[in-house]
Design a protein around this ligand. Structure first.
Ligand code: IMP
Length: 433
């Protein structure tokens, strides 16, 4: 059976959680490979809404084992809270159903305080981070001074690691004019880590081996991405990005298998565009149409509650994301939100300094000067519960057909509502090609 990566093709919040939940029905393992609890997936099953930040969205399927790969940064407070909530609701069947890589890095209280302090210090150049400590945790990983889950759960090693961290963080916090950690806070942090360690230990595993064994046994592994291509630290709108690689290729590195383990890539895009945080977004609408998209689409962050910036679909950015991901399949979500608009627009090129540009520039400053060049489409009315593309209004069909043809992907899924069943499968990403 093929293994599939499901990734975001915009700036995050594309509705990957729902797509993962649907594919997970047939996956033996669902593995997250990057990001942390900056992500937020809202899932609606049997009318009950579940918001997950760290645990893979596949957890709502009793048949899959969920894994948090080495590429993820793990906040133990958040993970234990999600485990408790999922256990109380009878969704999580004990540690056999959820595994955390021993080599994933831990988000410490120092990282969260530093994230807040650095954002405040950036003033009007702030990135608009989720303030969850993601960037500082990845910095410590790259700086070879991070704490890995396997060390965190080791009561004998964690105290020394935390002391060193607090010393380093305090010197930076003082420079930034922020409250350093007191001796008492440090001791509390150590005690808390030891309590966490005992709770987390049953979940800690060699995720690479788990994923590789599943692939060797010809089972389906679903790699679940977080954020989106344009938030990728290498390929996104730097510096207005997250601190991890969000592109599909990161699935291999972030779980501990080679690239040949990935057979298919399904990229998820909303039928329009949203972004949270700072950074350029050429098609952003600062007008009643943008407000209407936000209201109709419920575009408020699942993690921070921030109103999302809304605008028309940016096909230049989407085509770039498809290339970065190497996506063969496309899932379009929230098509229903576009119903009722008189006319729709899709950005097909940018005007940058008087020149028509059809590729996303590498330079974020140039992208910030881009004016979208639009192609107009007729609007369409409510689309109900279509079972096939033929059930869609002609104008909705024309809109989709154009996007699909331009991206060169196969249209695998169209989602028209948040709940399971409010979608049309048009191609099966798990079928051998
Ligand atoms: P960080 O990941 O908290 O460092 O935030 C960096 C940027 O990525 C900010 O613009 C965030 O709003 C954005 N971001 C991080 N995670 C997500 C996500 O899951 N969805 C959308 N935007 C995100």
């Amino acid at each position: 059976m093929p293994s599939v990566v499901c990734v975001g093709a915009q700036w995050g919040d594309e509705g990957k959680g729902k797509v993962v939940d649907l594919i997970a029905e047939r996956a033996a393992v669902v593995a997250r490979f990057q990001g942390g609890n900056n992500a937020g997936h809202t899932l609606v099953v049997d009318g009950i809404q579940t918001v997950l930040h760290l645990v893979p969205s596949g957890i709502l399927r009793s048949t899959s084992v969920c894994a948090i790969g080495n590429g993820v940064v793990v906040d133990p407070d958040v993970l234990l809270q999600e485990i408790e909530t999922l256990e109380t609701r009878g969704v999580l069947r004990g540690p056999d159903a959820l595994k955390v890589s021993a080599t994933a890095h831990v988000i410490l209280p120092t990282h969260k305080r530093l994230d807040r302090a650095r954002e405040a210090a950036r003033g009007d150049k702030a990135i608009g981070t989720t303030k969850r400590g993601i960037g500082p945790a990845y910095e410590d990983k790259a700086g070879r001074r991070g704490v890995r889950v396997g060390e965190y759960v080791d009561a004998g090693r964690v105290a020394e690691k935390l002391r060193a961290h607090v010393m380093r963080a305090n010197s930076e916090l003082e420079v930034l004019g922020e409250e350093p950690f007191s001796g008492q806070e440090l001791e509390e942090m150590i005690a808390r880590a030891r309590a966490h360690g005992a709770q987390l230990l049953p979940y800690v595993a060699d995720v690479g081996a788990l994923v590789a064994d599943a692939i060797d046994a010809d089972q389906t592994v679903l790699f679940e991405g977080a954020q989106g291509a344009h938030l990728d630290v290498d390929h996104g709108t730097y510096p207005y990005v997250t601190s991890s690689n969000c592109v599909a290729a990161a699935a291999a590195i972030g779980t501990g298998v080679g690239p040949s383990a990935i057979h298919r890539v399904i990229a998820v895009a909303k039928a329009y565009l949203t972004r949270v945080g700072e950074g350029p977004m050429p098609t952003e609408l600062h007008d009643p149409t943008g407000d209407r998209l936000r209201e109709k689409g419920g575009e408020f962050g699942a993690t921070t509650g921030r109103p999302r910036r809304c605008g028309w679909l940016d096909l230049v950015a989407l085509k770039h994301a498809v290339r970065l991901h190497g996506a063969q399949d496309l899932a379009i979500t929230k098509l229903d939100v576009l119903a009722g608009f008189d006319a729709l627009r899709v950005c097909v090129a940018y005007d940058i300094d008087g020149e028509r540009v059809e590729r996303m520039p590498w330079d974020t400053a140039a992208l910030a000067r881009a004016t979208p060049i639009y192609k107009e489409f007729a609007g369409f009315g409510e689309i109900g519960a279509p079972q096939s593309l033929d059930d869609l209004p002609d104008a909705a069909r024309a809109y989709l057909d154009f996007i699909v043809a331009e991206t060169g992907c196969r249209l695998a899924l169209v989602s028209v509502g948040p709940a399971r069943g409010e979608e049309m499968w048009l191609a099966d990403p798990l079928a051998p090609v």
